[in-house]
Design a protein around this ligand. Structure first.
Ligand SMILES: [Zn+2]
Length: 145
């Protein structure tokens, strides 16, 4: 019996990072946690009134055939949950700091202590210590933004 496959492949740090637009919109709109944006538009770019228009919905349907099989089928999204929200940069920054205070995790690396450094075909994904919390992942060690 071959033991070629007995070793687990090396695990990279998890990439399940928070999408801040989703997190903010779910909270503000009172939507289910699986609500996701599908359209982002920057409005009034470069002006003090600049904001990001975020449109999303709950989409549980998958494409059943063809090259995109298994991907989300946004045509069949739950229209009852479709909503658009204007998010200002300052609002999102405040939301991130609130998250940091609530979780005790560094907002930059989201508690991992590592941030992505580079991605290449030959070397894969490389990480380095988060410069904000000095690799601790801890909010109390994090320096101000
Ligand atoms: Zn950090």
């Amino acid at each position: 019996m071959s033991d070629l496959f007995k070793d687990e492949p090396a695990q990279a740090p998890k990439e399940q990072h928070i999408d801040w637009y989703n997190a903010f919109a779910v909270e503000k709109l009172g939507m289910p946690a699986r609500w996701r944006w599908f359209k982002l538009e920057v409005k009034n770019h470069g002006k003090p009134s600049m904001f990001v228009s975020v449109t999303g919905a709950v989409c549980d349907a998958k494409i059943e055939r063809g090259k995109r099989k298994g991907q989300d089928n946004w045509k069949l999204r739950d229209k009852a949950t479709e909503a658009e929200l204007a998010i200002r940069v300052e609002e999102l920054d405040a939301f991130k700091l609130e998250w940091q205070a609530r979780t005790g995790k560094c907002v930059r690396c989201q508690g991992d202590g590592k941030v992505m450094w580079s991605v290449s075909v030959s070397d894969g994904v490389k990480y380095r210590d988060c410069e904000k919390c000095h690799g601790t992942g801890n909010a109390t060690k994090a320096v101000a933004a």
